[in-house]
Design a protein around this ligand. Structure first.
Ligand SMILES: *[C@@H]1O[C@H](CO)[C@@H](O)[C@H](O)[C@H]1NC(C)=O
Ligand SMILES: *[C@@H]1O[C@H](CO)[C@@H](O)[C@H](O)[C@H]1NC(C)=O
Ligand SMILES: *[C@@H]1O[C@H](CO)[C@@H](O)[C@H](O)[C@H]1NC(C)=O
Ligand SMILES: *[C@@H]1O[C@H](CO)[C@@H](O)[C@H](O)[C@H]1NC(C)=O
Ligand SMILES: *[C@@H]1O[C@H](CO)[C@@H](O)[C@H](O)[C@H]1NC(C)=O
Ligand SMILES: *[C@@H]1O[C@H](CO)[C@@H](O)[C@H](O)[C@H]1NC(C)=O
Ligand SMILES: *[C@@H]1O[C@H](CO)[C@@H](O)[C@H](O)[C@H]1NC(C)=O
Ligand SMILES: CC(=O)N[C@H]1CO[C@H](CO)[C@@H](O)[C@@H]1O
Length: 323
């Protein structure tokens, strides 16, 4: 059902962690994006990768690599302890410190192009620090690394989709970390509340209603459609589109919670969708939810039924016919 291209996209989008903790040393061009790509190249950044054949964790680190990197351990652990290296390598943040230690020691311009950048760091990880200059395209494994490097470099999150800072799966479920958007969701704007209040306080009995202007509706509506088009082009419907899942940053609409579908959170507009016979594909569900979202943007009140054929009198004609 999900194609390899989608897996690549999702891995980068969701699994590749982007840990933005500060680190002690400065290594030129070893950016967060580079850490992410090195992780993607090693194991598609599989954070649940255990140990096999002497290689551990999302960066597929060996004991020799760990020793060369300076025996990094988890806080309060001892490098002499037998499995200290494995436990560090399996922990994403700790593994990043191992990579940092190794590249601090061996980082150099391996391909001789005059700059030291992520490509060189990939060569170092692929060839080992002592002889990093050998072209990677000589072996099947190296060619796979080059392919993944290109895949990772050419992947960007969409300008209208909120970036995911980190994602992790636990036994009991999964969590995703995003930065806080202080202006809250569309819904917060529509009802004039603050993002940090409880759901009931915010929407239980809204006192203020601030419908969007026509200009805002067409501006944000266009951006939402662009984001949906992008997701659909990857074969990934959103499935949860509603004003609570859209935020605004610097005049730009950003879709949130695109991972809900993958985790099986039921769609909020599903009860209505069941009544709409034409919404029989995931894409048409998004179209239908988009219509409901437009309605709520225009009237600062959710549509209570599954359809609407009577609009308030003061609605501009072109908006009414569009909804
Ligand atoms: C880790 O590296 C080893 C040796 O290169 C390789 O055999 C193994 O497939 C890699 N593991 C993953 C999950 O890619
Ligand atoms: C790392 O551990 C190895 C053996 O486990 C030891 O020989 C080496 O001196 C240690 N290196 C550092 C920097 O502590
Ligand atoms: C880092 O990358 C940039 C852009 O490729 C390059 O101009 C710069 O020289 C690199 N830094 C080093 C130390 O090579
Ligand atoms: C490997 O890449 C180099 C340039 O980076 C190129 O000259 C060479 O022909 C390539 N070898 C193979 C087997 O593709
Ligand atoms: C919510 O955020 C506003 C402004 O960002 C702040 O003034 C207020 O104290 C916050 N309230 C709580 C309960 O955190
Ligand atoms: C806000 O968006 C404008 C244009 O889209 C851009 O030029 C500007 O740098 C952005 N400001 C911030 C703080 O991101
Ligand atoms: C939040 O909304 C206010 C008022 O609409 C605006 O001035 C500010 O730029 C917005 N902040 C962000 C981060 O978009
Ligand atoms: C940020 C936010 O409000 N996300 C919501 C998106 O929609 C799902 C249900 O469809 C909610 O569970 C999320 O809380």
């Amino acid at each position: 059902m999900i194609s390899p291209a989608q897996v690549v996209f999702l891995s980068i989008l969701l699994i590749a962690l982007l840990w933005t903790g500060s680190s002690g040393v400065f290594i030129p061009n070893l950016t967060d994006g580079c850490y992410r790509c090195l992780c993607y190249i090693s194991t598609l950044c599989d954070v649940s990768n255990d140990c096999s054949g002497g290689y551990c964790g999302p960066y597929n680190i060996s004991r020799v690599y760990w020793v060369d990197a300076g025996n990094v351990t988890l806080p309060d652990d001892e490098p002499e302890r037998n499995n200290a290296w494995k436990d560090c390598a399996r922990n994403y943040q700790c593994a990043r410190k191992i990579i940092e230690g190794y590249l601090q020691r061996f980082g150099k311009d391996c391909n001789g192009d005059g700059v030291t950048d992520c490509y060189d760091y990939m060569m170092i990880n692929g060839n080992g620090g002592y002889g990093c200059t050998s072209p990677l395209n000589r072996s099947e494994n190296g060619r796979r690394w080059l392919r993944r490097y290109e895949e990772c470099r050419s992947s960007h999150l969409h300008p209208y989709i909120a970036d995911i800072l980190a994602m992790n799966t636990l036994e009991s479920g999964a969590y995703v970390v995003r930065r806080i958007y202080k202006n809250g969701s569309f819904r917060d704007l529509l009802y004039g509340t603050e993002y940090n209040k409880s759901h009931l306080a915010k929407y239980g009995n809204p006192k203020t209603r601030k419908p969007f202007t026509n200009g805002q509706i067409s501006h944000y509506g266009y951006q939402i459609l662009q984001a949906l088009k992008f997701l659909h082009s990857k074969g990934l419907p959103h499935g949860h589109l509603h004003p609570g899942n859209i935020t605004v940053d610097n005049q730009t609409a950003l879709l949130l919670d695109i991972e809900n579908l993958l985790m099986g959170v039921p769609s909020l507009c599903r009860p209505y969708v069941l009544d709409v016979r034409r919404a029989n594909t995931m894409e048409s569900v998004d179209v239908y939810c988009f219509g409901r979202t437009l309605y709520e943007m225009a009237f600062a009140s959710p549509l209570q039924q599954h359809y609407c054929d009577v609009y308030p009198d003061n609605i501009p004609q072109d908006l009414g016919s569009f909804i």
